[in-house]
Write a protein that binds this ligand. Structure first.
Ligand code: PHE
Length: 508
């Protein structure tokens, strides 16, 4: 390409007059389109050349037209062929490809006549000698081929087109002349402004390559985010927009006190079995429980009842509360944060977390022994179920989910509790999207929170919306050693539905 540009510049340098791209194509033995391309790229260099578009009409003869140009019109050839004494019609018709047309046209012109009654079949006779007649059709075709259109009246041109003897073509080309900064050598455009150029003032003389904003970027070879991380970023953004503060979730190992007891989950609850919970064998027990006063209040609420609650009425086990486990939910973190809030002196707060939890479950296509929970917590004076529904509507609206339904449910630590369902248009049914409730006084009052403070909370998994968003139907394709790294590299950024719409609204 650069070479062709060079050749074009040299050709233009030799001519005083502008040079047509058609001429260049002929001279340089190149395809016209290639010449046009090279001229266009030379135009990118300011002041080098000037190129004026021009267009030319061209008549291209069809094979039939070509035959007329070289051998004469069909009708004239027929007339030439007929001898003075006449000739059989059939023989004339068959004498060349266009014999039949020639006979018809010659009859029209009254150059010939047919004697139908002659013995042995019809006979053609000439009415005039060929030498008396000008073959005008041939002349017209020759003129058109030579580019002499002015000599041919429009109706005749139309007739030529109709007879399919020639086709009109518009040929677009460029007329190239020297620009104010014409040169026969192309200096290579600089792609970077260097310190050296600035220091020596050399940039003034340089030509810089223009930015190509349509160029595709080079894909990075590392640093791809897993879909879970992308969706987590979106959820985090939603919480931050709603004024929530992120909780510190950096402890996968938790003790049973925070994971269960502080949440008023009785020590005999089936969730606390080895079938459901992973217990840590070493160290088996925590050395760090909260203040004895608080632990004692929790123990009292469970075993005897307190704060107007009858409790569960059972024998409290001190070793059970110390047992280390892998946390089964992030509500353990929420409990720690609420206790901290009470100790600091209560102020309304909104917290969220998104992190990993562990359950000793049977593995299948949608369950692993570990997953991520998204949890939101709002603590304020006199909150009601209405507030919970309001916050949930706002939260899910930001995800593009507007149709919500609530179903009464049971959690040891919330009362009332509600499962959250949303209408899934694709599946055409209501699907469970989360769990929620108002934390029980048996949980909040031992912490030392004021009596008129309520805490509403909800939780959902990160995996479920991620699998829906990325169209993954087996959890093993998302998490674990069977994950296709190519999937991680090539999956698109996550923009949750409602947020996509918002971005489009902004564009309008
Ligand atoms: N901890 C619950 C779970 O693991 C979710 C939840 C959080 C429910 C907060 C109510 C309130 O499913």
């Amino acid at each position: 390409m650069a070479e062709l540009g060079q050749d074009i510049l040299e050709a233009v340098a030799k001519h005083e007059q502008p040079v047509s791209s058609l001429q260049l194509a002929e001279k340089l033995h190149q395809d016209h389109q290639k010449i046009i391309g090279a001229i266009k790229s030379l135009q990118g260099i300011p002041g080098l050349i000037e190129a004026e578009p021009e267009s030319r009409t061209l008549w291209v003869l069809t094979p039939e037209g070509k035959e007329i140009a070289t051998k004469g019109s069909h009708e004239y050839r027929v007339l030439q062929m007929v001898p003075a004494e006449g000739q059989k019609l059939d023989e004339i018709k068959k004498s060349f490809q266009y014999g039949q047309i020639g006979v018809n046209k010659a009859l029209e012109q009254q150059w010939i006549e047919i004697d139908k009654k002659a013995t042995g079949g019809p006979i053609i006779r000439a009415k005039k000698p060929a030498s008396d007649i000008k073959d005008e059709v041939r002349e017209i075709i020759q003129k058109l081929e030579a580019g002499d259109f002015l000599g041919v009246p429009d109706p005749v041109k139309a007739d030529v087109k109709k007879r399919k003897l020639a086709q009109e073509q518009i040929l677009k080309s460029l007329l190239v002349s020297k620009g104010p900064n014409f040169a026969t050598s192309i200096s290579k455009a600089e792609t970077d402004l260097t310190v050296d150029m600035l220091a020596k003032n050399a940039w003034k003389e340089k030509r810089f390559k223009e930015y190509n904003f349509d160029a595709l970027g080079v894909p990075p070879s590392a640093g791809y985010f897993h879909p879970l991380l992308k969706v987590r970023t979106e959820f985090r953004q939603i919480f931050l927009e709603m004024g929530f503060e992120e909780m510190p979730t950096n402890n996968f190992v938790e003790n049973s006190f925070w994971n269960f007891d502080a949440l008023f989950v009785p020590q005999q609850h089936p969730a606390r079995d080895v079938q459901d919970t992973f217990f840590v064998s070493d160290p088996k027990e925590t050395i760090r429980l909260p203040s004895q006063r608080y632990v004692d209040l929790v123990k009292q609420v469970h075993s005897q009842g307190a704060f107007n609650s009858a409790g569960y009425n059972y024998e409290w086990d001190d070793t059970e509360t110390k047992r280390n486990i892998l946390r089964t939910h992030t509500t353990a973190v929420s409990a720690r944060m609420l206790r901290r809030l009470a100790l600091k002196g209560f102020k309304p707060a909104k917290y969220f977390s998104i992190d990993r939890v562990f359950r000793n479950e049977n593995l299948d296509a949608t369950h692993l022994a570990e997953f991520h929970q998204i949890e939101g917590v709002v603590a304020d004076y006199d909150l009601s179920l209405g507030h919970l529904k309001g916050v949930l509507s706002e939260f899910f609206k930001k995800l593009g989910i507007t149709q919500l339904r609530f179903k009464p449910a049971y959690n040891p630590y919330t009362e009332p509790s509600m499962e959250i369902f949303s209408y899934h248009a694709g599946l055409a049914k209501w699907v469970e999207v989360g769990n929620s409730g108002v934390f029980r006084p048996e949980m909040l009052l031992p912490m030392g929170l004021p009596e008129n403070v309520s805490v509403i909370a909800w939780g959902l998994s990160l995996e479920r919306p991620t699998m829906i968003k990325y169209g993954i139907d087996n959890i093993r394709d998302l998490v674990g050693h069977k994950v296709d790294l190519q999937m991680v590299q090539s999956n698109p950024v996550c923009i949750l539905d409602d947020r996509t719409e918002k971005m489009e609204d902004k564009k309008k």
